[in-house]
Design a binder for this molecule. Structure first.
Ligand code: TYC
Length: 101
């Protein structure tokens, strides 16, 4: 009779963690025109006029507003692009990123 061998079954548990998301924040300033902030939010974050207006007004009144959350690379790229659009026009408008809790 052929010999049979059995090997122990080891179950490897693979833990896959979701990437931490990063917030893009809009920072208020005293110089950038409101309409330009709205324009940038629509162009870079695909917001409609209503959403962009509400986010702009929240930053205007509270000093800062969360625009959206993305993976780290996307958040940083969008914050940089949006800030660069303002720099090209000579405005101090600033978008920052920070990890979500
Ligand atoms: N505070 C600016 C003004 O009164 C408008 C503004 C809003 C600028 C939001 C930046 O993140 C901002 N013209």
């Amino acid at each position: 009779m052929p010999e049979t061998t059995t090997s122990p079954r080891i179950q490897l548990e693979l833990k896959v963690e979701r990437p931490r998301l990063h917030k893009v924040m809009l920072v208020n300033d005293d110089f950038t025109p409101r309409e330009f902030v709205v324009l940038v939010l629509k162009a870079e974050f695909r917001m409609d006029e209503g959403q962009a207006g509400r986010v702009m007004m929240t930053a205007h009144q509270r000093g800062v507003c969360v625009v959206a959350v993305f993976t780290k690379e996307i958040a940083e790229a969008k914050a940089t692009n949006a800030t660069d659009l303002a720099r090209k026009k000579g405005y101090p408008l600033l978008f920052t990123t920070e990890p979500e809790e």
